[in-house]
Design a protein around this ligand. Structure first.
Ligand code: GEK
Length: 247
């Protein structure tokens, strides 16, 4: 599958439109997310490993906001529990179409992978089945803030005993100096990955109305309010973190 370089914000755009997960983004997405999210390949692969611990036989594993299905592929590499099924969900038609192609390519290369259903849907509208693993890898931050508590409560109600929610997010920091330092270091990460000052500035204005990060404390409190019993951070690189939330 093509690995096109992300040049979406390389030319001056005048008025920068709000970021949308359209065909242009889907085409360059693997390159974009690797060069923008510190630790992304490590997080994705290890969600598969963590899922291997939490997955229960005869249950559903959800990949919510699956984009091109990187997490789904990791789940299929690592989960050995019997008769599990992955349901990968995204509301971007462009992402879903390409995700199906990537998963067909994985099916062509490996045998006996977990079955997958790729669904084009809004994760807020989904009828959640009993599940042992829910992965939301950098998706909740795109859901309207006021809709996050109810979504988490619904996921919590669907989770089976012994299962887990794995939630990865960009973090905001309550302390202004910490926020400034980690923002600067994240910009250095993007520069080191070849993004120009123009690309960084235009991407930032495209995404600022669309993606709303919370602090670790907000995540923790909201997850506990939603009925989770324990929140365990397992990964952080700069201002990007991943948490395990236990039912
Ligand atoms: C990965 N998890 O590669 N319903 C369904 N999908 C949604 C919704 C919604 N309400 N809101 C946003 N999305 C992936 C990366 S990207 C993160 C996830 C990023 C989808 C959206 O269409 C996009 O594909 C994804 O969530 C977020 O591990 O680009 O920073």
């Amino acid at each position: 599958m093509s690995q096109e370089a992300d040049r979406l914000f390389a030319q001056p755009l005048g008025q920068v439109p709000d970021f949308v997960f359209n065909e242009d983004v889907a085409r360059v997405f693997p390159d974009m997310i690797k060069r923008s999210v510190p630790g992304y390949p490590t997080i994705v692969e290890n969600i598969g490993v963590l899922a291997g611990h939490f997955a229960r036989p005869d249950s559903v594993l959800y990949d919510l906001g699956c984009s091109l299905g990187a997490v789904t592929q990791a789940l299929r590499r690592h989960v050995k529990a019997e008769r599990c099924q992955v349901i990968a969900v995204d509301n971007s038609a462009a992402m879903v179409a390409r995700c199906r192609e990537y998963l067909q390519a994985q099916d062509a290369m490996f045998q006996e992978l977990l079955p997958v259903d790729v669904v084009e849907a809004d994760i807020l509208q989904l009828d959640y089945q009993p599940c042992s693993l829910v992965a939301m890898n950098f998706t909740l931050q795109f859901v309207a803030t006021e809709q996050r508590p109810e979504l988490l409560a619904r996921i919590r109600r669907a989770l089976l005993p012994g299962g887990a929610l794995i939630l990865s997010e960009k973090l905001r920091f309550e302390d202004a100096a910490e926020q400034a330092l980690l923002t600067d270091l994240h910009l250095d990460f993007k520069r080191a990955n070849g993004y120009s000052e123009l690309e960084i500035a235009q991407k930032r204005s495209a995404i600022e109305h669309v993606m709303k990060p919370d602090s670790l404390q907000q995540h923790r409190e909201r997850l506990l309010d939603a009925g989770f019993s324990r929140v365990v951070p397992w990964f952080q690189c700069l201002n990007f973190a991943s948490l395990i939330a236990l039912p």
